[in-house]
Design a protein around this ligand. Structure first.
Ligand SMILES: [Zn+2]
Length: 87
């Protein structure tokens, strides 16, 4: 059984077409204090459960999007553009 990821642009594709881009974190404003930027750049949650991650369709449309993946089962529950985030 192959592992499929749904690109919001191209639809379901084999997971090997994608590149994992790390945990998604909301980018601080340019005027945010240094400690917020340090946290954004260096610290990771490494969540046990549903985690938002950057995903890049490297062998498809070449677009970045967000995937919600359960780190305990490796199942991708949802994918969407960053503009559709509700945080
Ligand atoms: Zn795509």
């Amino acid at each position: 059984m192959s592992f499929l990821v749904k690109c919001p642009n191209c639809g379901e594709r084999d997971a090997y077409e994608f590149r994992f881009g790390g945990e998604y974190h909301k980018r601080p404003s340019p005027a945010a204090p240094d400690n917020e930027w340090v946290d954004y750049v260096f610290n990771r949650t490494n969540m046990n459960g549903l985690q938002k991650e950057w995903c890049y369709h490297r062998e498809g449309c070449g677009k970045w999007f967000v995937a919600e993946r359960d780190t305990t089962s490796n199942i991708v529950k949802a994918t969407y553009w960053t503009g559709d985030l509700n945080q």
